[in-house]
Design a protein around this ligand. Structure first.
Ligand SMILES: Cc1ncc(COP(=O)(O)O)c(C=O)c1O
Length: 369
């Protein structure tokens, strides 16, 4: 297989250097936690190969959210990224057809392409509030469609599926015999109308998530796949065993601790997201050169510079970082026009968020004729 690096990785703040960015609005998680926030690690933790599926108590805790699920439906992986990679390799062969929401997180597009799958994009358009058009989805389906790939809440737009939409996709998958991948990595960052775990609704749905975004723990590399299809889970276990045998005992221990605190942590996280989103809303209201679709979940939004605005886009991004110390996820990270930019409002401090948004306005002053 030929691997190809994506701009979102190549230009990531961790490779660019955090010390080169003053106002980091490019992150897609809440602020990262520290080891001490989780109470440290027990000295007697045995550093053996772990259970190949992942720590049993942790899998049981993840499954306990729905009476339809058991720990056998949960496989731990090193982050959602690995889960997505494994899932695509298990489900798809060269020539198989997949319909995937676009724009999207790079792995969801790159892995099926790399496997030689026939990839049809289901566009999420600004004009349609970044919502999928289900008539279009039905038209894209073929007898060879193996997978429909959706993300909710969505990265980079912050749009969300309703329960009704999810049920419609499940009905479509039943009719056509394909699976539905639901990337739920941002699931816990929703205020009101929370969806049930997709995988709890039907054996054809595969839920993928992790600790990276809602819990600020991308450094422990723990994610998971949830699915009630035992044959598919067996394939995923085989993939995991070929790649890494089992997960890190340390990472799984820390993940377990953090998830046990879910009920106490989430209200604070959600309150912070609501407050920081209000800051972005106020800025957009006073910035006539930008427009957005307000996000309904997650911690990112995907505004754009209005079409009528005559901007030199290279000058804009250069000035944004070099003069105003502000970094955002430029549209090309998502194979989109660079007039779009992903703004992560959950990670920066409130002061850095305000300063970074002002930086965008100042860079527009420099780059707009
Ligand atoms: C939609 C989506 N899925 C999966 C991932 C991978 O996250 P991780 O591997 O850190 O769990 C990301 C990261 O940005 C993402 O945005």
């Amino acid at each position: 297989m030929k691997y190809r690096r994506s701009p979102i990785e190549n230009e990531s703040p961790e490779l660019l250097g955090y010390d080169t960015i003053k106002y980091n609005l490019s992150e897609s998680s809440i602020t990262d936690l520290r080891l001490g926030d989780l109470g440290g690690l027990p000295n007697d933790l045995v550093l053996m190969y772990g259970n190949h599926y992942g720590k049993p108590e942790l899998r049981a805790l993840i499954a306990s959210e729905s009476p339809n699920l058991s720990s056998g439906d949960v496989l731990l992986t090193p982050g959602a990224a690995a889960a997505l990679f494994m899932l695509h390799t298990v489900l798809l062969e060269a020539g198989d057809h997949i319909v995937v929401a676009y724009p999207n997180y790079a792995t969801n597009l790159e892995t099926p392409r790399m496997l030689g799958a026939q990839v049809d994009m289901l566009p999420l358009r600004f004009e349609n509030q970044f919502q999928p058009d289900f008539a279009e989805l039905e038209r894209l389906m073929t007898p060879h469609t193996k997978l429909i790939s959706l993300t909710t809440p969505h990265n980079p737009t912050g749009s969300r599926l309703s329960l009704g939409q999810l049920r419609d996709v499940i009905a479509l998958s039943e009719r056509t015999g394909c699976h539905v991948l639901l990337d739920e990595t941002y699931r816990d960052m929703v205020v009101g109308d929370e969806l049930p775990l997709g995988a709890s609704l039907h054996p054809r749905v595969i839920s993928i998530s992790s600790m990276s975004k809602s819990y600020g723990l991308p450094g422990i590399r723990v994610g998971w796949v949830i699915c009630q299809d035992a044959a598919l889970m067996e394939g995923l276990l085989a993939a995991k065993e070929q790649i890494l045998i089992s997960g890190s005992m340390i990472d799984e221990e820390l993940c377990h601790r953090a998830l046990l605190q879910r009920a106490t942590r989430l209200p604070t996280i959600r309150a912070r997201l609501t407050a920081q989103l209000a800051v972005v809303r106020s800025w957009i209201a006073t910035e006539p050169r930008m427009e957005w679709v307000e996000p309904r979940g997650g911690c990112v939004c995907f505004p754009r510079i209005k079409t009528g605005v005559n901007v030199n886009i290279n000058v804009f991004y250069d000035a944004l970082l070099s003069e105003f110390g502000t970094y955002v996820g430029a549209g090309h990270w998502f194979e989109m026009d660079r007039r779009y930019m992903r703004i992560g409002y959950g990670w920066p401090t409130p002061e850095a968020l305000v300063a970074g948004l002002l930086g965008i306005s100042h860079a527009l002053d420099v780059a707009v004729n």
